[in-house]
Design a protein around this ligand. Structure first.
Ligand SMILES: [Zn+2]
Length: 504
């Protein structure tokens, strides 16, 4: 069952030297259909009526120019050309890739370098030990990001979850450590202003790219990192976090994780409280990430979402039946939803039977399948570099992204398809999510105040200057605490409360 299936079917509308294209490339929101190339204007225009010769001449000229403009982006010579550049030999994949990545920011959806800074350096980056301009072990440093023609990186501000935690309200260091990861990721980028621009909007990414910088963005890898609190999501957004991975490898107050199901637990999908989480993520215009959740959670969220969703680092389940990967029915829903699946490079997700044998070609197979089912407008790159020791042969580090693009071109992907995969799709989806958030907020929708059923609240001190007589009387009647006494009362304090065990 887990045998990887190699997909060899070609996409419709592929552009090769022998294959006249029909226009499957590009897509809504694909920037840069503009073309400075006027080759391939061998058009035959058949006038049906006699017209004055001057009009015929102009009509032919204008018609030819117009048709050329419309068709050239889909033709074999539809390569993005800079002024003065000649059309590219289509089999020169390296040159085509270089040109695409000179005009489109290559954005990776998931890199765990901040986690390594935490566990190896305890977040101390000024004492001279940490120099990412030099070659480091592992997958990521600035030299190799430049070699890889990277235009943007989502840094994962990850802190692991505690599988033993059953009560999602238990006191935890996880939220504190998440704040520290946000802090160190920003400080790391600020130390290298000639390389990185910290960005919280797609337009910032484009501006940074034009000035030769690598944009750096933040994503939180699990709802446990917000303590199951929707108010904490809002604050994470204000701190600059732009996606939240709904779960990591533990269930949380919102959803079931893929790891739980893989370990034999029932797939209970999204919780009722999770529906409130989806509502607030859409209202905020924060990217809702479905990597790491169970398949039922993917389906539940897609049925509720009012904005596109993302998968920051996942593969294709039809190619490798690992529960971390995205099944075909969900890929079809993502196409309808307008979201994006960003392909992961973790060996065991790419080949469960023989992870040690995984190569860059397995990633090509996964991307090809994702694109075939979800559409080329709905794929991206989410490596998980620096977050896993096991990456494919041929994709050893961040310098190898162009090699992947070249292999996809060799398989038949057009420049526009690669442009979308590299970064345009993510920028479009991100902008769409932001826009939906603006629309929802403009309609007057209030921030979500729902809370997890097991939530406990600290009562006030007996002597507080209460606003309401009723509270003061309760404080006396129930013997509320004195200053510095940590007094906790049960969850239901009049807010709308949902049951943790109710799943949608
Ligand atoms: Zn992950």
């Amino acid at each position: 069952m887990a045998e990887p299936k190699t997909t060899t079917t070609r996409m419709d509308g592929l552009t090769t030297a022998d294959d006249a294209p029909t226009g499957a490339s590009g897509g809504p929101g694909m920037a840069g259909q503009e073309n400075r190339n006027d080759v391939d204007t061998a058009l035959v225009v058949h006038p049906r009526q006699r017209q004055p010769s001057w009009l015929r001449r102009w009509k032919y000229a204008l018609g030819a120019a117009g048709l050329a403009f419309l068709t050239v982006p889909f033709t074999t010579v539809g390569t993005w050309l800079l002024p003065g550049e000649a059309p590219t030999d289509l089999t020169n994949y390296a040159l085509r890739t270089k040109r695409v990545l000179e005009t489109t920011p290559l954005i990776d959806g998931h890199n765990d370098l901040p986690w390594l800074i935490r566990i190896e350096l305890q977040n101390r980056i000024y004492d001279g030990r940490f120099d990412p301009t030099q070659r480091l072990l592992g997958h990521t440093d600035i030299q190799r990001m430049r070699q890889g023609q990277m235009g943007g990186q989502f840094w994962s501000v990850y802190v692991h979850c505690d599988k033993a935690q059953k009560h999602f309200e238990d006191p935890s260091w996880i939220v504190r450590d998440t704040l520290e990861q946000i802090d160190v990721a920003k400080r790391f980028m600020a130390e290298h202003p000639d390389v990185f621009t910290y960005c919280t909007t797609p337009s910032c990414v484009r501006t940074a790219f034009k000035s030769g910088k690598i944009s750096g963005m933040l994503g939180i890898e699990g709802g446990h990192q917000l303590g199951g609190s929707i108010a904490a999501i809002r604050q994470a957004y204000d701190l600059g976090v732009r996606y939240i991975t709904t779960t990591h490898n533990c269930d949380n107050a919102w959803a079931t994780s893929a790891s739980s199901v893989a370990a034999g637990a029932e797939d209970r999908g999204l919780t009722r409280f999770g529906a409130a989480y989806v509502r607030e993520m859409n209202r905020l215009g924060m990217m809702l990430d479905l990597s790491h959740v169970s398949h039922q959670v993917m389906r539940d969220v897609l049925s509720l979402a009012r904005a596109p969703v993302i998968f920051s680092h996942s593969g294709a389940y039809a190619v490798t039946e690992h529960l971390r990967n995205v099944p075909d029915d969900v890929l079809r829903s993502v196409r309808r939803n307008g979201g994006i699946v960003m392909a992961v490079f973790v060996n065991r997700f790419l080949n469960m039977k023989d992870p040690g044998a995984v190569t860059i070609h397995d990633v090509v197979d996964h991307i090809w399948h994702l694109a075939e089912v979800a559409g080329w407008e709905h794929v991206g790159i989410g490596s998980d570099f620096s977050g896993t020791p096991h990456v494919p042969a041929g994709l050893e580090d961040v310098s190898k992204f162009p090699d992947l693009m070249e292999l996809l071109m060799a398989r038949g992907a057009t420049d526009d398809q690669i442009r979308g995969l590299a970064g345009e799709n993510l920028l479009r989806v991100w902008a769409d999510i932001e826009r939906r958030g603006q629309e929802i907020r403009a309609e007057g929708e209030k921030p979500v105040e729902e809370e997890w059923e097991g939530r406990e609240w600290h009562t006030h001190y007996r002597s507080s200057p209460y606003m309401y007589r009723e509270t003061r009387e309760r404080a006396v009647r129930e013997g509320w605490g004195v200053p510095n006494q940590f007094n906790v009362k049960g969850g239901n304090h009049g807010h709308k409360v949902v049951k943790a065990d109710e799943h949608v």
